[in-house]
Design a protein around this ligand. Structure first.
Ligand code: SF4
Length: 346
């Protein structure tokens, strides 16, 4: 059963056409303002999803997502496409129609009772940020972490939110845990055009320090690197992360996986950046990707590896080594599944 809670009016509806729902229209005429709508869902059958990612510890991962959609609204987010499967749009719908799996902790407990022996590791992230603002009241990520403590499952969290510091007490009880902060831009001004509703970079760095000070392994994810935009932020981001106690780091290039994601990304870039900055990004991407903004081949799409990737990866590797970031050990199962589609991770 779903319950819809309409919370607030925020901005105008903008959704690229949904390829799975081509014959419906959300409105006639001028786009109306959006409202933050929360759909509570209690019919969840499973909470653990096996997913392939080239970005985050490249390979097959077991992921847990207590929400669908993400109010952080990063314009580059690859998870936007999953909202189209629900019949929603990949644009503002993804940011304002949030599905809350209210029975997530109970379902996770039932699943782990059957699968704990086969579960090497769980990642809290993938289709949403586990610490969106709604988590402050729903506490579903927190309750799922409690289940992981009971079953002694190793956990990794990736987030853009300082709300993760609320759960430091719990994270400390986990057998093995790491918290990665997704931080692709050094300043609020540089982040804002692409991450308009996320906590500012400085708030994420402060949270990183707090988690590291509590003795929990922390890292930085410089993801995505947008060609022609934030390569120059890489050294400064790694330096700040090091100062905050991060021991690991990874980077990945921008993927625009679907027509909808590409359309929304370009539209928002045109609204929020100068024409010169937009041209620089588009020209750099097209030069490296054979005249398009997308990766040309399946392998490129899965790995993000293009000529641009190599140059940027060398820059990242150089500074990661200089600052002493440790080489990350990819779990054997993920390594086997992803080979040769793996990215380097420090
Ligand atoms: S925080 Fe993560 S899941 Fe949320 S919109 Fe940004 S990239 Fe997507």
């Amino acid at each position: 059963m779903r319950k819809c809670i309409i919370v607030a009016s925020v901005r105008q509806i903008t959704n690229p056409p949904n390829p799975y729902n081509q014959y419906s229209a959300e409105y006639v005429g001028e786009p109306p303002p959006t409202k933050l709508e929360v759909f509570e869902e209690t019919a969840t059958r499973k909470m653990i999803t096996k997913a392939f990612t080239s970005d985050w510890e490249g390979g097959w991962r077991y992921t847990v997502n207590c929400y669908r959609g993400c109010v952080h609204g990063c314009t580059y987010c690859f998870a936007r496409q999953y909202h189209e499967y629900l019949g929603y749009g990949a644009g503002t719908d993804f940011e304002t129609k949030i599905v809350v799996k209210t029975n997530a902790p109970q379902i996770l407990r039932q699943e782990l009772k059957k699968t704990r022996d086969k579960m090497p590791h769980l990642d809290f992230s993938f289709a949403t940020d586990p610490y969106i603002p709604l988590e402050a009241s729903y506490e579903l990520t927190r309750k799922c972490l409690e289940v992981c403590v009971d079953f002694r499952v190793p956990v990794a969290v990736i987030t853009k939110s300082p709300l993760v510091t609320r759960d430091i007490d719990l994270l400390k009880k986990l057998e093995k845990v790491s918290v990665f902060f997704s931080l692709p831009f050094l300043t609020k001004e540089r982040s804002n055009p692409f991450e308009p509703y996320t906590p500012v970079p400085e708030a994420r760095f402060r949270a990183m320090c707090e988690v590291a000070d509590a003795g929990i392994a922390v890292g930085i994810g410089i993801a995505p690197v947008i060609p022609g935009y934030n390569e120059s932020d890489i050294p400064g981001l790694l330096e700040r992360a090091k100062e905050c106690g991060a021991k690991r780091a990874f980077m990945s290039m921008l993927h625009l996986d679907t027509d909808s994601i590409e359309a929304y990304f370009v539209q928002k870039m045109n609204e929020r950046l100068s024409p010169t900055a937009v041209s620089k990004i588009i020209n750099t991407m097209k030069r490296e990707r054979g005249g398009t903004l997308r990766h040309r081949t399946y392998k490129e799409r899965m790995t993000g590896k293009t000529e641009q990737w190599e140059v940027t990866q060398k820059l990242f590797d150089f500074h990661a080594r200089r600052l002493g970031f440790k080489q990350h050990e990819v779990p054997a199962e993920a390594e086997k599944a992803a080979e040769p589609m793996q990215q380097r991770l420090f």
